[in-house]
Design a protein. Structure first.
Length: 334
């Protein structure tokens, strides 16, 4: 487990209340990070440990920045791990490679920014019109699929394990792409489950985890669903209209590969009930390929009481990648 320094704890707690409320969906949905602050992430982007940017050109001529690095012994690598996107426009450069601390598999990691997300974007300022026009589920799935196919075809010898990691919003394209590509062998999800966004927010509202008026927000968005100029809690109306009623359950149900899901018990962006719901529905379908890990006293970042459980999650994923691992009968954390 990773300890968060007292300074960082102080910085997290001392933010003004209104800023913390506004950041509920801007920051907590952006990355499931250990620790907290934008100061930390910005400093990391300019440090020596941050990965160097590479450029990927899509068949339609568009571009994305991506990063690639090794974990473990490169000569023994038989695994590739893919990350993609995040809510808004922060760059993955701000957290990689430390984000996968705990991963012990010998693996090549690929991390793809969304289109129009610069190498050192913090995501704190307006992402720009071009970004918002391209920031939709169909584009996510198309871009992620093309990037994965291109990178896998260039890896020799062919990897035994091809893993997709979906973090919060990223769970939607990761689960969808896992079902579209027979090459994918494992799916790992952080901070997401089997509920739609609408059902997640309704559940959080019902138990008092959020204070804002969800219904009035939906009404405004429904009246102007394609607007990228008007925002509600950090994202344009169009983004909310695109994602609020996506039902992830059918995509999970069609998968026969191992699925690892980790969520914080006290997650206030995606309710833990959504993961219990997912587990229940897969059991009803007689599927035994799901492992659930619920981290006590932890939030959307798998962090709580100054401790990050994210390294535990990636250690669990590493065990799942071992050839002798048998997923049948695996049980969720108490």
């Amino acid at each position: 487990m990773t300890k968060v320094s007292p300074l960082i704890q102080t910085l997290c707690v001392s933010q003004p209340l209104t800023m913390r409320l506004l950041n509920l969906f801007i920051v907590s949905l952006a990355f499931a990070l250990s620790g907290c602050t934008t100061i930390q992430r910005t400093a990391h982007m300019y440090g020596n440990e941050a990965p160097q940017p590479l450029s990927f050109q899509y068949k339609d001529g568009g571009l994305s920045t991506y990063y690639s690095f090794m974990v473990g012994d490169a000569s023994q690598s038989d695994t590739v791990v893919f990350f993609y996107g995040a809510t808004g426009c922060p760059s993955w450069k701000s957290v990689m490679p430390d984000y996968v601390s705990g991963l012990t598999a010998n693996a090549r990691v690929f991390v793809l920014n969304k289109r129009f997300v610069p190498d050192r974007s913090t995501g704190l300022f307006d992402c720009g019109r071009e970004f918002h026009l391209a920031n939709n589920p169909n584009q996510w799935v198309a871009d992620y699929s093309e990037f994965i196919a291109t990178q896998v075809s260039s890896v020799a010898p062919k990897p035994k394990n091809i893993v997709l990691v979906g973090v919060s919003e990223g769970a939607l394209p990761a689960t969808k792409v896992a079902g579209l590509s027979p090459a994918i062998t494992h799916l790992a999800i952080i901070g997401s489950g089997g509920y739609s966004m609408r059902k997640s927010l309704a559940t959080l509202k019902q138990r008092g985890a959020i204070q804002f008026d969800v219904n009035s927000g939906w009404e405004k968005i429904a009246a102007d669903p394609r607007n990228i100029e008007k925002n509600w809690y950090g994202n344009p109306y169009r983004w909310w209209a695109d994602v609020m009623d996506i039902d992830p359950l059918p995509d999970f149900l069609q998968l026969n590969i191992p699925i690892l899901v980790g969520i914080g018990e006290k997650d206030e962006s995606v309710p833990v009930e959504s993961v219990h719901f997912l587990e229940e529905k897969l059991k009803e379908a007689s599927k035994d390929n799901l492992i659930v890990r619920v981290y006590p006293d932890s939030d959307h970042r798998l962090s709580g009481n100054g401790v990050s459980h994210r390294s535990e999650f990636f250690a669990e994923l590493s065990r799942l990648l071992q050839p002798t691992h048998n997923i049948t009968g695996s049980r969720p954390s108490p």
